[in-house]
Ligand binder design. Structure first.
Ligand SMILES: [Fe+2]
Ligand SMILES: [Fe+2]
Length: 139
């Protein structure tokens, strides 16, 4: 079973900074996959570290993306912001269940992160990206 997330070219928004940030998020999510397979003795510290990176980098990325959308008066800004918020909330809730090694919880969390991110990039991020690129073409 393919359970390591990979970047695909069709996920590209065409905005280099954002694409780099998305690639980095995929790497961070894959580090969680590595951490959840750690033996019980190192699991807690490894997982805590990986989750800290995930939350910090997610905040950073969402902030950057939202600044960019605002700069270009993206009309669906509020809805997009809410998607980001609800992701942060869901991650916050699920993190609490991951302090003890349990490969099933870890795997479900990993699957959730991966599918949320890929879906969000493929739909919502592509939507603002095409709005902004059309707008800048016509400016
Ligand atoms: Fe987004
Ligand atoms: Fe994004």
């Amino acid at each position: 079973m393919e359970n390591i997330l990979t970047w695909k070219d069709e996920l590209a928004t065409g905005f280099a900074d954002v694409d780099l940030q998305h690639k980095k998020l995929i790497l961070i999510i894959n580090d969680i996959h590595v951490a959840m397979n750690e033996p019980e003795t190192t699991y807690a510290t490894g997982m805590a570290k990986a989750l800290k990176r995930l939350t910090e980098y997610t905040y950073y990325h969402f902030e950057e993306e939202e600044k960019f959308m605002k700069l270009h008066d993206y009309p669906e800004f509020e809805a997009h912001h809410l998607e980001h918020q609800s992701f942060i909330e869901q991650v916050g809730k699920q993190i609490k269940t991951l302090s003890k090694a349990n490969s099933e919880d870890g795997f479900l969390f990993y699957r959730f992160l991966g599918s949320w991110l890929i879906n969000h990039i493929a739909k919502s991020d592509q939507a603002w990206a095409s709005f902004v690129s059309e707008k800048t073409l016509n400016d």
